[in-house]
Design a protein around this ligand. Sequence first.
Ligand SMILES: *Cc1c(COP(=O)(O)O)cnc(C)c1O
Length: 351
Amino acid sequence: MSQFWSPIVHELKPYVPGEQPKSKDLIKLNTNENPYGPSPKVLEAIRLASSDQLRLYPDPDARELKQAIADYYDVERNQIFVGNGSDEVLAHIFHALFQHEDPILFPDISYSFYPVYCGLYQIDYQQLPLNSAFEIDVNDYLQKNGGIIFPNPNAPTGCLLALDKIEQLLQENTESVVVIDEAYIDFGGETAISLVNKYPHLLVTQTLSKSRSLASLRIGFAVGHPDLIDALIRVKDSFNSYPMDSLAIKAGVEAFADQDYFKRSCKKIMDSRVWLVEELSELGFEILPSAANFIFARHPDYNASELAAGLREKNVIVRHFKHDRIDQFLRITIGTQEENQQLLAILDTLI
Ligand SMILES: *Cc1c(COP(=O)(O)O)cnc(C)c1O
């Protein structure tokens, strides 16, 4: 029945997310979810919000959530945009800020949703190769462009770009918007939100899916100059006025309030990362330096897709990408310490 499709639909190459298996017996280290649940205070807030009030539409501005984020980062509420997951926030960014004559720029190895949005909104793009250490070199981005975007730390490499490099890029590229996708910043990086008041062409996105354990609720946000935020609001209100449901708003507020819980669970994950890197190195793996809740590892003597299949047979799922430059790597999400130990025990039998 595809003769009924709008022409562009034939051209789309949709994003394929990591597998979400039904079985609870699997050790799921494939989609960078947090192995620890959300704060008990978040769960309580959701319970309290589950009431007769659900018959009402939520606040279309999600003011309460924007205020909580603004307070947390010491910016104004009109510098915050919130959306149904940062994927949706990113989609609006591509639509509202990246549809220009010149191509937008992002790394060859990066979040694989970016080219998908370009397909949807018909935006030209150019992918710039990471250097041989799989790092971003900001000097590569100093060319005419319609916008720049990359994750920091980058995905799926986990490599962090220092804040002074980002500032250098902002000083040298002033004619287009620079978007830093900080989905993993809480696991050891320094946020670029501190720079938004100095650079009106900087937009920083974050998510509550990873460091705040709320992937299921879909909460993402962007921080930047009010003019950039206005553009996003115009697109959002031409699309869906109520992207944030009332339970997500309440949970998001509480997730920012309970800083102790947040800090403790990030620390547990970072400690496990140090441990896992050490153990995997002993097995002969080479691991890129990671500032995220996952590591990107390859073994010089073993084929990555065979290792992934071997793990899968033992009920451990990791992510393997069939992209030329990285097809010998496995992306492994940091699990609970027990899960990490099981992963290691299985790899020990495979190697
Ligand atoms: C997980 C991830 C996102 C999406 O986060 P959601 O808020 O769950 O939509 C965006 N960018 C990168 C780089 C990610 O890894």
